[in-house]
Design a protein around this ligand. Structure first.
Ligand code: BGC
Length: 847
């Protein structure tokens, strides 16, 4: 037996936490089934039980703040094998009050609307009194900051302190700078407007959190002789508005003047700032943004406009990094776009008001630049102000630190590209919070997008810290009557936060769908517990809207269409109003889905009374849908794909009508040439609705279709990410969409429709959890289409499941690996069922 992983708060190293009861998890592997006799964790000389490997809550003696700890995991098996592993973690401030003050530039009156403030640069020079044993920096800001000690960047984070619901919670970071300390030191902080002060959301509201940027910092030294000292932000720190970063904003970009010499500009003393809000200031508990993959240009061309157009071959969220041989005062401008125009210029129409522009003013000589206070969604850049020969440029992907959780591959290369595109849209929209898109004037925490993508995300990435952080904001921002704002954090745009009883189907559902997806993937029941009250309040708010009718109509969620998103971006109708007009069907199905899930969740939490209560609501809603919206014989009175898909997937039809409904869906799909007609709510589930009702062949025809709108059409015409609109590019790879009544919803990097990734794992590969964390799971591959093989891996809290199948000469062969502590139910294409325990298993059947 081996201990494969031992983690604190989902981190294998570097965890600094303010949680007085941090959570530990571990993975064991073994060649043979073995019982665990003892599982214990020891911290600071005290042991506590650690039986549930998915989540062990610390239960030793109270943890002290500012302390480094080692946790040791002891395992003893029934054959007396003994194992041990350890993980280091530190506690942060744990609520200790800050010696430092919030400081700012008191002379800065930032009042301009719809733009972002000038970045403030703070400076503190210091000399440590004695030889240093350890030096740690604790810091946060209203705005986003970048810190440097003696000219060297501190840490590798971008956009710290991260984006949270600032009125409630704000993260601070802890950096160990012991090795960077010299005899004489200059500490610099550049604080841009970021989300807190800068223009954000498409209305470009600014100063939502604070009127100008502010910084809070503490440098804590422990000297070799055991004494300690704290240097904290106060009026002795200096501040300037003349630093190198002249302008910074997520949407409009950055202006950087490399000529600025920090020793030669005017500094004034910082002043203490009266902050408007008093959030809880907590050590980072999410996943901060870091730099990841780097792409070199695959082509460069001079456009008629004179701009050098670089193609990096991959659409992503990130920034360019360049090296240039420049002259003092030379101005280099870099613009960004996802697509080109027919004549090979950048097409920036769909960025709407976002300028997505960098301006770099050179000093003399060879120099390097990479913006630190903005990011863009792009594949192409247009560069002016420099000759091609003097410039070396790369594209750097920026996204939150997320581990890989799964892999999927099959014999169809277009599907493999789709899988890659899904992952890239995931990465591009996991920039501290789950966003809708990384390029235009949004990049907001739209709840509906992650509601439908969460399961796919949890297959591909280790989302636990990232989503737990966001869910804390969801809980904070829920309205008193249960509505969930449709963007979280609200930050200037939070409808229906302003209308207390308003709930928005599928968007608000994120508060149920996301924790459920996480529980299934990672097994930590804590996520259900933490969000349970929020889910209950939300479903109550949804029910309020449904209850407005009479009789069975009391379970139909009829709403004012302009207050719902309905079948958002469905391609079978073309206007926003038509998507919204479908809100009766999507709303009612959403209420069935959330109440049904809540019933399951209540059962997992051992609350039988609630389980029954929500099951009853669910059955009433299902009955109302069938009685009022269908002919009670499986035919919708008003037919469209989503109206069939949702009740099929969420199990809303009585058994006898189910078959008919699936048949009718198939007729619609055939009429539509196997093209997609579903919007956000239907797309994740359409292939399940088919494959699970005897139409796997139709599901494959849709999946493999390359006619527009379809997943593989995008791939065929050159997509490297998943799009918001299926017809973004014409067959020849050119975008010709103008103003067509869809409000400029033409992003080429939206993960919503990538939610089909769930089908790749759950049906094509066939690996699906049947209890939290895959303690029990199913392997039931659905071969079909032209696929001759599929293979993949899924990381579970018990270890990695691997699965591969092939079809050759009518023979289906399956090979799986079942991790220690789990059990699989294998279902072969001929219907044979078998249980499989630890280890490798092979099967083969004639098709
Ligand atoms: C976003 C979507 C979002 C939608 C809801 C759009 O602008 O990009 O993905 O969910 O608005 O209205």
């Amino acid at each position: 037996m081996r201990i494969e992983k031992f983690r604190c708060e989902n981190l294998e190293s570097g965890c600094v936490t303010d949680n007085g009861q941090p959570t530990f998890s571990y993975i064991l592997s073994s060649d043979k089934p073995t019982d665990i006799k003892i599982a214990e964790i020891e911290v600071d000389g005290q042991r506590f039980p650690a039986n549930d490997c998915t989540a062990v809550k610390y239960s030793g003696k109270p943890l002290k703040p500012f302390t480094d700890y080692t946790a040791k995991l002891y395992i003893q098996t029934s054959d007396s094998e003994e194992l041990c592993s350890s993980v280091n973690f530190s506690t942060g401030r744990m609520g200790a009050s800050w010696h430092g003050k919030w400081i700012t530039d008191a002379s800065y009156k930032f009042t301009q609307p719809k733009t972002s403030p000038v970045p403030l640069t703070f400076r503190k020079k210091f000399k440590p009194a004695k030889a240093i044993k350890s030096a740690k920096l604790y810091c946060t800001a209203f705005g986003i900051y970048e810190s440097e000690l003696n000219g060297q960047k501190i840490g590798d984070d971008f956009f710290a302190p991260g984006f949270t619901s600032y009125a409630h919670q704000l993260q601070y970071q802890v950096y160990d700078i012991t090795k960077q300390i010299k005899d004489e030191n200059t500490l610099i902080f550049t604080v841009g407007g970021g989300w807190a002060v800068g223009a954000f959301v498409f209305t470009r509201k600014n100063r939502v959190t604070a009127d100008r940027q502010a910084l809070l910092a503490e440098l804590r030294f422990i000297y070799e002789d055991g004494t300690s000292e704290v240097i904290s932000s106060d009026e002795t720190w200096e501040v300037t508005r003349q630093g190198k970063v002249r302008f910074a904003e997520f949407y409009d970009g950055e202006i950087f003047d490399a000529r600025v010499d920090e020793n030669n500009i005017k500094w004034i003393n910082a002043a203490s700032e009266k902050v408007k809000i008093k959030p809880e200031i907590v050590a980072t508990y999410g996943s901060l943004v870091k730099s990841h993959e780097v792409f070199k240009p695959i082509s460069v061309k001079k456009a008629a406009s004179g701009e050098l157009i670089y193609d990096f071959g991959q659409n992503l969220a990130g920034v360019v990094r360049f090296k240039v041989n420049g002259k003092s005062g030379q101005k280099i401008v870099v613009r960004h776009a996802e697509v080109l125009t027919e004549t090979g210029e950048l097409n920036t129409v769909f960025l709407r008001s976002a300028k997505c522009r960098l301006e770099y003013i050179c000093r003399d000589g060879v120099q390097q630049y990479m913006p630190r206070m903005t990011y863009m969604g792009y594949r192409y850049v247009g560069v002016s102000g420099v000759e091609e020969k003097d410039l070396e440029i790369e594209s750097v992907a920026l996204y939150s630190e997320l581990g890989e959780n799964g892999t999927f591959e099959c014999s169809n290369q277009l599907i493999n590209k789709l899988q890659s595109n899904i992952c890239w849209s995931g990465k591009s929209n996991f920039v501290d919070i789950p966003t809708d898109c990384p390029q235009r004037d949004e990049r907001m925490g739209w709840t509906g997008d992650i509601a439908i993508f969460a399961q796919t995300a949890c297959y591909n990435f280790d989302m636990a810290r990232f989503l737990n952080k966001w869910l804390r904001d969801v809980r904070s921002e829920q309205t008193r009557h249960g509505g969930i704002p449709n963007t979280v954090p609200v930050q200037g745009y939070g409808f229906p936060a302003t209308m207390p009883k308003k709930a928005i189907a599928f968007w608000g559902d994120a508060c149920v769908f996301v924790p459920w997806a996480m529980y299934l993937a990672y097994g930590d029941i804590g996520v259900l517990k933490a969000n349970y009250q929020t889910m209950k309040k939300y479903v109550k708010a949804c029910k309020f809207w449904a209850n407005i009718g009479i009789g069975k109509h009391r379970y139909i969620w009829s709403d004012i269409p302009s207050m719902q998103f309905g079948d958002w971006v469905a391609p079978d109708v073309s206007q926003m109003g038509q998507w919204q007009a479908r809100c009766k069907w999507t709303g009612t199905a959403s209420l069935a889905a959330t109440s049904g899930l809540l019933s399951k969740i209540a059962a997992v939490l051992g609350n039988e009374k609630d389980a029954k209560y929500y099951a009853k609501i669910n059955s009433k809603v299902c009955d109302a849908y069938v009685s009022i919206l269908t002919d009670r014989n499986g035919k919708l009175k008003n037919e469209f794909q989503t109206a069939y898909v949702l009740p099929l997937y969420f199990n809303m039809f009585p058994e006898d009508q189910r078959k008919k409904a699936a048949e009718n869906l198939v007729i619609l799909i055939e009429k539509n040439n196997y093209c997609i007609g579903t919007g956000f709510p239907g797309t994740p589930y359409i292939l399940f609705a088919l494959a699970d009702n005897g139409y796997a062949d139709v599901a494959y025809k849709m999946l493999l279709n390359t006619k527009c709108p379809s997943w593989l059409y995008e791939v065929k015409v050159g997509a490297t990410t998943v799009w918001e609109r299926w017809d973004g590019l014409d067959e020849d790879g050119v975008c010709r969409i103008g103003n067509d009544g869809t409000g400029g919803m033409i992003s080429f990097n939206h993960y919503g429709f990538g939610s089909v990734g769930d089908f790749l794992y759950r049906r094509i590969l066939g690996v699906e959890p049947t209890s939290g964390g895959y303690k029990t799971f199913c392997v039931a591959p659905v071969p079909g289409g032209d696929l001759t093989y599929a293979k993949g891996e899924v990381q579970t809290p018990y270890g990695k499941i691997s699965c591969s199948w092939s079809v050759e000469n009518g023979e289906f062969k399956l090979k799986i690996f079942v991790p220690f502590g789990t059990e699989a139910q294998v279902v072969l294409p001929n219907g044979t069922r078998e249980k499989a325990g630890l280890g490798e298993h092979e099967y083969s059947v004639k098709l």
